[in-house]
Design a protein around this ligand. Sequence first.
Ligand code: MN
Length: 197
Amino acid sequence: MINKMKLPYAYDALEPHIDAQTVEIHYEKHHQTYADNLNKALESHPDHKDKSLEELVKGYKELPSELQTVVRNNGGGVYNHDIYWAIMSPDARKEPEGKLKEAIEKKWGSLDEFKAEFKKKALGQFGSGWAWLVKDGDGVDIVSTPNQDNPITDGKEPLLGIDVWEHAYYLKYQNKRADYVDSWWEVLDWAKVEERM
Ligand code: MN
């Protein structure tokens, strides 16, 4: 049985950047549905029931063919949202420090330049998906994934990720994905991201 993470703050904690209604529906309905669908599928595959969520998402291509799509979409859905909620905070530290700061500056020159590149990737993801900062070998990189795919399946460790499905921002931002991305930095907690390094 795979459970989604417990939301570490109240629905309205990320206001005004992410509104309470969006957090409630996103966490209680979308995230829960991914967990329910995953668990339902695993019930009929007892051989795979004891795997961790990370193992399932990382290695979904090795699963029996009838499990692959459901784990890719719903296992990925649970895993991605677990990361998303965990790296946001109402009292976010706004800048990286230490090794992560060094890695970002080495790759992009500055935090602002990284944010500009990340925004391009988030806006360039056609339709539903995610943009990620990943650990790739010794360095860091930006990637985007469609739907609920996660870079861990390609051997890259996700450090932070923004959900750019419309359900993540439409109530407050409507079609303005760029405004959501800009605002998201206010609740992204670099201290939580560093814990994932
Ligand atoms: Mn979502």
